[in-house]
Design a protein around this ligand. Sequence first.
Ligand code: SAM
Ligand code: FES
Length: 347
Amino acid sequence: MEQIIKKLYDTKDISDSSLAELLKSEDIIDLLHEYALKRRKEYYNNDVYIRGLIEFSNYCKNNCYYCGIRAENCSADRYRLTEEDILSCADDGYNLGFRTFVLQSGEDLSYSDDDICHIVYKIKSAYPECAVTLSIGEKTKKSYQAYFDAGADRYLLRHETADNAHYRKLHPQSMSLENRKSCLWNLKEIGYQVGSGFMVGSPYQTDKNLIDDLRFLQELQPDMIGIGPFLPHTDTPFAKYSKGSLVKCLNLIAILRLMFPYALIPATTALGTINPKGREMGLKAGANVVMPNLSPVKVRKLYELYDNKICTGEETAECLLCLRNRISSVGFNMVTDRGDVKPHSGI
Ligand code: SAM
Ligand code: FES
């Protein structure tokens, strides 16, 4: 096994059969993480970048079977923030030291392209040195271009699964993998820093699916790669499915770091939800970003993608000191600049 990991470290590539072996074994953690950590330090030292996450609406027109804010979940308590609310979150975030804002929502058609452009424009005008990341789902290329022209720098859109048959088991007929992928290519063509990714342990996922996910990412060469364990939500069709494995997720973070040494890889909220120390473990496995919540406290609980999502007390952006301590407790250093991706061949 050491040979496989060493070869991956040396060449950044790995055969399907070696990947299958790595994904099967749970006892390689120490070695795999050691190499991933070494690679991460070569590119990013001990730095961990922070992003202020503003979850501005939990309305969504889609019905992904795994997602707690899907349109057909009538139990969801819906909210949307006004432009003023969003700008005030960004102001608070700026004063706390954030230099990247991530605006995320369900696919909420009540915000027009002009509304989104205006919000982006206002944030960029107030804080030109900050990066604005959008994560608002599948849109036309024209819309993506308009947001970019208004000043958006980055876009997060997980592909969710690169396998068509698996995609069909997670989404209704109205959605397609083809469209999701073409959105990602459009975003790249426009010039965004692009993020993609997938859930680990989503229902029906096989190791072969995960290998296809990694191959798709090799094609796309995204700047940011977000993965986290699937966690069930009570009011979804997948309520009764098991959650993803923490160990597998950590191993995949390490594999991603070795395959994409330059990438910005978050230790996600889902990782922090599956285990109280999950994000610290993610950082030790090779992740280099954390995304604390900047949304107004009263709506935080409502952006409930899965059960028991962490969002209280010290988990929140206000407690940056706690976050700094958590990050340094595992040997890293919280950095409050834009944290752009290192130059790489996919740019
Ligand atoms: N609407 C945007 C989109 O489609 O990209 C952004 C919001 S969407 C809720 C953000 C991500 O949450 C999804 O890409 C998905 O991978 C993740 N997610 C949704 N439900 C989840 C669950 N039950 N467990 C873990 N992650 C989940
Ligand atoms: Fe739209 Fe989850 S179904 S954000």
